[in-house]
Design a protein around this ligand. Structure first.
Ligand SMILES: Cc1cc2nc3c(=O)[nH]c(=O)nc-3n(C[C@H](O)[C@H](O)[C@H](O)COP(=O)(O)OP(=O)(O)OC[C@H]3O[C@@H](n4cnc5c(N)ncnc54)[C@H](O)[C@@H]3O)c2cc1C
Length: 423
């Protein structure tokens, strides 16, 4: 029998979503024993049923000038793509106030620059990841680099998007306009009455649940260990360091801990008497067999704020943003609205066989920037959460940066904007 491998360091990653796996990935290139623990199955959180876009052109923070004035009257209607459940949740109202204060031109510039750096970094790292043997086969995650179509019904909004596109172009992510008469050249499944569309060819897409399985298998082969259905429910700490995490399956010691608990960052932080103001932003998706005809490029249906993603193995409609706390019931009205939305913009019928109805919680921060940092309260705790609508896209940059922080390597991009001390 081989003697047990002795490692330099033991690291526990709490949270087996895409961010936890990305951290494990870059850490596993070093002489480190890595245990990933999850309260549920690995990859069963927001990383499972999302739209699967590698949306590198998503540089503009969600809290941008005009968002509040444009959305305020729709926000409390349960039929709206953005919904806030009325009630007395002071943490949510504090978060919303911070979000509203960030809807200004200066945050738009600051946030766009910071996100661009992380998105470009992640893109380069994805190129390396997808060049690895485990990921080169199409079945590894159904990666396609065909871009993203933004489809508009309203001619004024289509025209106005030119300003947004000019902004994206400044950061190297501009797209191309297709007025109504050219729509057929772009994507034959777009309905002819639409005002027009923009194609952003910088974006890619993949099947996220398949990516999670492939990545987990790859990491297992590299020696990363996984413990499922083991909720981190308490910590033993001493003199500003975490010593052990307590789960129903036992207590585990490590030198270093990474908190990658997505939307659950807030409850997890309160176990440690620390604060990470992340709110769960509930989204929905419907996965079906491919319709005939099927779009070949993912489409963002602009006024509906939803995405249609085609893969060889299926078809997904996804979207909506509900601030209603931690809950998982499926609201049938929201699923129906995804189907209605696809019928308004696309000639493809909804897929006849539904394979999954899903809801997931995005980890939302009030400035729409992730938290990627060493904790200010515990010297051996690192935090990687708050990736909002772009956790799949920003995963590789996050995992690499957390690894460099833990190993005290020089960081390859400026991470100041993602500090845990900014709130
Ligand atoms: C409808 C929808 C569409 C989306 N589309 C896209 C898209 O196209 N592109 C994109 O980039 N992003 C998209 N996103 C966002 C993306 O899914 C998230 O940002 C990303 O999955 C977050 O990853 P994560 O690892 O931080 O969180 P998660 O995947 O939620 O993982 C966190 C994990 O932590 C575990 N956990 C929590 N608390 C504990 C505890 N106490 N102990 C142990 N484990 C714990 C959870 O079980 C979970 O598995 C979408 C999201 C939604 C909802």
């Amino acid at each position: 029998m081989n003697p047990p491998i002795k490692h330099d360091q033991h690291i526990i990653i709490i949270g087996g979503g895409i961010i936890g796996l990305a951290c494990a990935h870059y850490l596993s290139d070093h002489d480190i024993d890595i245990l990933v623990i999850d309260q549920d199955g690995i990859g069963s959180g927001a990383s499972h049923g999302n739209c699967g876009l590698l949306h590198f052109s998503g540089v503009i923070p969600l809290c941008a000038p005009g968002v509040i004035s444009n959305e305020i009257f729709r926000m409390f209607s349960s039929a709206s793509p953005l919904y806030i459940k009325p009630g007395l949740d002071f943490k949510l109202y504090y978060w919303l106030t911070r979000f509203a204060l960030n809807c200004n031109p200066s945050h738009k510039s600051h946030g766009s620059a910071a996100k661009t750096a992380l998105l470009k970094y992640s893109l380069d790292l994805f190129l390396d990841l997808f060049a690895l043997d485990a990921f080169t086969d199409k079945s590894a995650c159904e990666l396609e680099k065909q871009g993203l179509v933004l489809a508009f019904k309203d001619p004024k909004k289509f025209e106005a998007y030119k300003k947004t596109n000019d902004w994206l172009a400044k950061y190297g992510f501009g797209g191309t306009a297709y007025p109504n008469e050219k729509l057929g050249d772009l994507e034959p499944c777009l309905k002819p009455h639409l005002a027009g569309a923009w194609l952003n060819s910088h974006d890619w897409h993949l099947r996220p649940d398949t990516l999670m399985k492939t990545w987990r298998n790859h990491l297992s082969q590299k020696g990363v260990r996984f413990l499922e259905y083991a909720k981190a429910q308490d910590f033993l700490t001493n003199e500003g360091r975490i010593q052990e995490v307590v789960t129903p399956k036992g207590s585990f010691k490590a030198d270093t801990f990474v908190m990658a608990t997505g939307a659950w960052a807030g409850p997890m932080a309160s176990l440690l008497d620390t604060r990470i103001p992340v709110q769960p932003g509930k989204g929905y998706s419907l996965t079906m067999e491919r319709p005939d005809p099927c779009p070949s490029i993912p489409c963002l249906l602009y006024e509906r704020n939803m995405v249609v993603t085609p893969w060889e193995s299926g078809y997904r409609l996804g979207g909506t943003m509900e601030f209603s706390g931690f809950n998982s019931p499926l609201d049938r009205k929201r699923l129906d609205r995804l189907i209605e939305g696809s019928q308004e913009y696309l000639s493809s019928p909804p897929g006849s066989v539904v394979t999954e109805e899903w809801t997931g919680l995005r980890p939302m921060t009030s400035d729409d920037l992730p938290v990627i940092d060493r904790s200010g309260d515990y010297s051996n705790l690192f935090i990687a959460t708050g990736h909002g609508m772009l956790g799949i896209t920003m995963a590789t940059g996050t995992g690499k940066a957390i690894t460099d922080m833990i190993l005290e390597n020089t960081l390859e991009i400026d991470m100041e904007a993602f500090s845990a001390k900014r709130f």
